[in-house]
Unconditional design. Structure first.
Length: 255
């Protein structure tokens, strides 16, 4: 599963081109933040400290969240940084996602629980992706790992989601593509069977109790999937509250 992500990373490193090189992110002030990593087997959160540099304005937005460019490094020195300590130009690119607020700020602690739940749901989707891969499809898939960041230096210590930025194109020359949604949308313009097969597989393997939808990403590396339930009382694979998950009319999703 990790070979998909490693391949994309290797291709990016080989090209030695930072798609955000002209954004000047390395010149922004650094922030110390707390990173929360979900440990699904234990249902626990692991905390550590990171340094980030993030743009003040979002570069994109969806129906509920807005997205910021960010560079992040570990607080602890690593071999990668010994030659050029804290060379932010070489720091990996991340995207930060936070819920849109009426005043446009990040200080939205009423969405704190949602941010943590989004990460847990991504791990749940990753579990169903691993089950799909075990079935031996022609192409394996992977759901990107994400984390929660608490911006402790800002008023209210807002929390946001973050994950590695994935740049590139699939073999058809397409970049980021949304393949389906949780409201019945299916991209029939793409000659891709794998994303739709994954959604269908999760539905049948769970005996119709859930379906992984909102499949989107680059190639078969997916991000931001949703887990739609048919029964609000259904117990997911990992410990996570289902109170805020969509109880969906599966007919509209499958049509």
């Amino acid at each position: 599963m990790t070979s998909i992500f490693r391949k994309l990373v290797a291709e990016a490193v080989a090209k030695h081109v930072d798609p955000w090189a002209d954004k000047g992110i390395e010149k922004l002030p650094a922030e110390r933040v707390t990173r929360y990593t979900y440990m699904p087997a234990k249902g626990e959160w692991q905390m550590d400290v990171s340094l980030i540099k993030m743009e003040a304005q979002p570069f994109d937005r969806g129906a509920q969240r807005q997205v910021y460019r960010m560079k992040k490094i570990s607080q602890a020195p690593t071999a990668h940084w010994k030659k050029d300590p804290l060379d932010w130009r070489k720091a990996p690119n991340y995207v930060v996602k936070c819920y849109i607020t009426p005043d446009g700020t990040m200080n939205a602690n009423n969405n704190r629980e949602k941010c943590f739940q989004d990460v847990q749901i991504q791990y749940e989707a990753s579990y169903w992706a691993s089950q799909f891969n075990k079935a031996g499809p022609p192409k394996h898939i992977k759901v990107i790992q994400c984390n929660v960041l608490e911006l402790t230096g800002r008023e209210g210590s807002p929390v946001v989601g973050c994950e590695r930025f994935v740049d590139g194109h699939d073999k058809c020359g397409d970049g980021f593509v949304k393949h389906n949604s949780n409201s019945g949308f299916v991209d029939d313009q793409q000659s891709r069977s794998t994303p739709q097969a994954f959604s269908a597989h999760s539905f049948y393997l769970s005996q119709g109790k859930l379906m992984v939808v909102d499949i989107q990403g680059v190639g078969d590396l997916y991000t931001d999937p949703q887990v739609a339930l048919t029964l609000p009382s259904f117990t997911l694979t990992y410990p996570v509250s289902t109170s805020n998950l969509p109880v969906t009319d599966m007919y509209s999703v499958r049509s």
